[in-house]
Design a protein around this ligand. Structure first.
Ligand code: SAH
Length: 253
């Protein structure tokens, strides 16, 4: 067995426990049958997660073992609204509340891999959403600072992460195009909503030698870009063409 598989087993246990807490129609004496049904369901999620990693990620060239390990361990189903949970491991984005989406697993993996996060890094994320990308970053980085514009999503995202015991994340509700409100620099910046052009504050708050991954462009034609800061210059690499939800900006310069 590989380390990745052991990771899966841990996530399965967590999932089994949280399902038990949600159930409110238990009859006396049902406990053992319920536990059996839960572990059956948990095994199915674990199988789908393994298939996702093998086919959608490794099979398409994602090779960063740290990213593969974290995505092989995190229960993606717990980040998705209950009525859409069966789509959790599909090779597609899934609709969240408020017309927002959780990105397709491959895109999440590609962004995480290209961001090249180390365990001592401070990472700024724009667009917490359900918190799935945040949880991956938290598994890779020292600390994650995440901003979400829509309060209901921000709260749900935070609940999802805290339920898994993830505690190296700072949360903020607001317009992430303004960057983090306190003066600081980040080793890495990632945006999961598309801006027409790169906000100045992101450029300012990226450390020298730092990397940023962001979808940039108008709704019809966005490009997923990797930017590396070298002095006043940014080296740009086009990762792929993409379609992300648009960044909602407050009116400001
Ligand atoms: N990474 C998220 C993807 C969510 S989609 C996930 O894994 O679920 C993009 C998110 O960006 C949405 O939640 C949207 O509300 C948020 N968003 C849009 N404009 C924003 C802004 N100006 N500042 C912060 N978040 C924003």
């Amino acid at each position: 067995m590989t380390d990745g598989n052991q990771g899966n087993n841990r996530a399965v246990d967590e999932f089994g426990m949280s399902l038990g807490e949600e159930s409110n129609c238990e009859k006396p004496g049902d406990q053992s049958r319920k536990t059996g049904a839960m572990s059956n369901q948990a095994e199915q999620w674990a199988t789908q997660r393994r298939l996702m990693v093998d086919r959608q990620l490794r099979g398409r060239g994602i090779a960063d073992e740290r990213v593969l390990e974290v995505m092989g361990r995190l229960p993606r189903e717990l980040f998705i609204p209950q009525d859409r949970r069966s789509y959790a491991y599909d090779d597609n984005p899934v609709l969240l509340e408020e017309g927002q989406t959780i990105s397709q697993p491959y895109i999440v993996a590609l962004m995480s891999e290209k961001l090249d996060v180390r365990s001592d890094h401070k990472v700024l994320e724009i667009g917490t959403g359900c918190g799935y990308q945040t949880a991956i970053l938290a598994g890779l980085a020292g600390k994650v600072y995440t901003i979400e514009r829509i309060a209901s999503l921000a709260k749900q995202g935070r609940r999802n992460l805290e339920a898994l015991g993830i505690d190296n994340v700072e949360y903020l509700i607001g317009d992430g195009s303004r960057g983090w409100p306190v003066e600081m620099v980040f080793d890495r910046i990632i945006a999961t909503a598309a801006a027409e052009s790169i906000p100045k504050r992101w450029e300012q708050q990226l450390a020298e030698g730092g990397k940023m991954v962001a979808p940039i462009g108008s709704s019809g034609s966005q490009q997923l870009l990797l930017l590396e800061k070298r002095g006043k210059e940014f080296r740009r690499t086009l990762l792929c063409y993409c379609r992300f939800v648009e960044l909602i900006r407050d009116n400001h310069q």
